[in-house]
Design a protein around this ligand. Structure first.
Ligand code: AMP
Ligand code: MG
Length: 451
């Protein structure tokens, strides 16, 4: 892992007090590294995991030219424009039971969807375009199809020896199906990332504690838990940590030993009276940033050292059945990456989605780390100052013409979690962007599949 100073030297004009959202992501993509340990998993256990090796197709899918329709296979060269064609039916090809034999001119074979195309035939006429006669002939109406229609080619989906899925692919339901279609029962994936998190602040109450004046219940651990779980990482919950150096040190050390990454919330803004920043500095290589964004702004990033002679890989969270597990993670002895998020509940979610999630995806081995943005028409005028990135909570709907439109959910205060619940996405107003007028197109980050 590179040090903060090394990365700062690599990036032009790096100013920790005035970073753009793009600067933050550029920095984080240099700071974090993919895990290296891999394991082989049965397909049913591999959903959401990241491929550690290319999947090369051991066979062609489909394995033969075959019919895309129930109908009659014949040689398409016999079709003449403007004329019907009469053919004698000489046999039947079923899916899974090929028809063997030569088919002469003027002949055809009744064929089912998926059945292998008989040798020499290239066209299938769907049943509904034909008329059957009593003498074993069918007639194809004029101009209902072209030569080559309704024939699927061997290897149309995947060719033997071809790349089916690249390393770094996050395994979706479709990807699992594709691997299965190759007859492969297992895949080699990167080991699961382990992420520890805790909340800091003396005013933060754990659930179960009685309410107290000036104190608020800890919501950040629950949103962070949810965001991490959706991402498919192993979570390590370290609770609420009070603002005492000894407790903070234990929490950071414990987290750095057991996890690849640590997420904290609270205590990173300038002028905080608490010990969180001091402890981050003491135990690690940490930068304290002011980001040109809203909500968010303060964030601490870097690494926290693990105590020596601790074997993180012995984590009891690892089932002994994972016998192909290799202890070669780069982060296994060097501590953990730190993401010190601000305390405000909405700021936690926004900084997670904008910065932490892409960084964690890279650590998971994924090659697609940036959240996909869609375009939507704003039904509302939005005030926006150029020179910072704003993430507004939005309700995205589909207009009558099928395009996306978006409006804000109202109160955009950085502590207002109810607006985050109401929202189904974030309106992303980029660094250089100014005010948005009604009818302008804006970028939106849709929550579906992410949150
Ligand atoms: P801080 O970044 O520590 O200055 O916190 C900013 C605001 O977020 C304060 O109003 C805190 O009370 C609130 N806050 C901090 N941590 C949490 C938490 N875990 N759950 C809910 N609110 C929090
Ligand atoms: Mg605080």
């Amino acid at each position: 892992m590179k040090t903060i100073a090394q990365i700062a030297a690599e990036l032009q004009g790096y100013d920790p007090q005035a970073l753009s959202a793009a600067d933050v992501n550029a920095f984080l993509q240099r700071l974090v590294e993919p895990v290296t340990a891999t394991e082989e998993l049965p397909l049913f256990d591999a959903l959401g995991r990241v491929l550690a090796r290319d999947v090369v197709s051991p066979l062609s899918v489909p394995p033969h030219d075959n019919s895309a329709m129930d109908g009659y296979a014949f040689a398409g060269a016999q079709l003449v424009a403007g004329q019907p064609l009469s053919l004698r039916v000489v046999g039947t090809a079923l899916a899974g039971k090929a028809w063997v034999g030569a088919v002469a001119a003027g002949e055809c074979v009744k064929i089912m969807t998926g059945a292998i195309m008989p040798t020499g035939l290239d066209t299938v006429v769907p049943q509904e375009f034909t008329k059957a006669a009593a003498d074993g002939h069918i007639t194809i109406a004029a101009d209902v199809l072209k030569a080559g229609d309704n024939r699927r080619f061997k290897g149309e989906d995947l060719m033997e020896g071809g790349l089916a899925l690249a390393q770094g692919t996050l395994l979706s339901p479709a990807a699992l199906g594709l691997v299965a279609s190759l007859g492969l029962p297992t895949v080699t994936v990167f080991r699961r990332l382990r992420v520890a998190y805790f909340s800091t602040g003396d005013e933060i109450l754990s659930l179960g504690e009685p309410p107290r004046e000036g104190a608020v219940y800890d919501s950040n651990r629950y949103t962070v838990f949810g965001l991490l779980t959706r991402l498919g990482v192993e979570v390590i919950d370290l609770g609420v940590v009070r603002d005492e150096p000894a407790l903070l040190e234990v929490a950071f050390r414990n987290a750095a030993q057991r996890a690849d990454a640590i997420i904290t919330s609270g205590g990173v803004s300038v002028g905080e009276a608490d010990h969180t920043r001091t402890m981050m500095k003491k135990l690690g290589d940490v930068a304290f940033w002011r980001i040109a964004m809203r909500p968010g702004r303060p964030m601490a990033v870097g690494s926290i050292a693990a105590t020596e002679n601790q074997e993180k890989m012995a984590s009891s969270a690892y089932p002994s059945s994972v016998n192909s597990y290799q202890n070669n993670s780069k982060q296994s002895h060097g501590g953990a990456v730190l993401f010190g998020l601000p305390g405000n509940p909405v700021a936690v979610m926004v900084t997670f989605l904008a910065f932490v999630r892409p960084a964690l995806l890279r650590m998971m081995g994924s090659t697609h780390t940036a959240p996909p943005l869609a375009r939507a028409t704003s039904t509302e005028a939005l005030r926006k100052k150029p020179g910072r990135t704003e993430y507004q909570r939005g309700t995205i709907t589909t207009a009558a013409d099928g395009t996306l439109q978006v409006c804000t959910t109202g109160n955009q205060g950085s502590g207002v979690l109810s607006s985050m619940v109401q929202a189904n996405g974030l309106i992303v107003l980029h660094h250089g962007q100014g005010n948005v007028a009604v009818g302008d197109t804006v970028d939106v980050m849709v929550f579906d599949g992410v949150i």
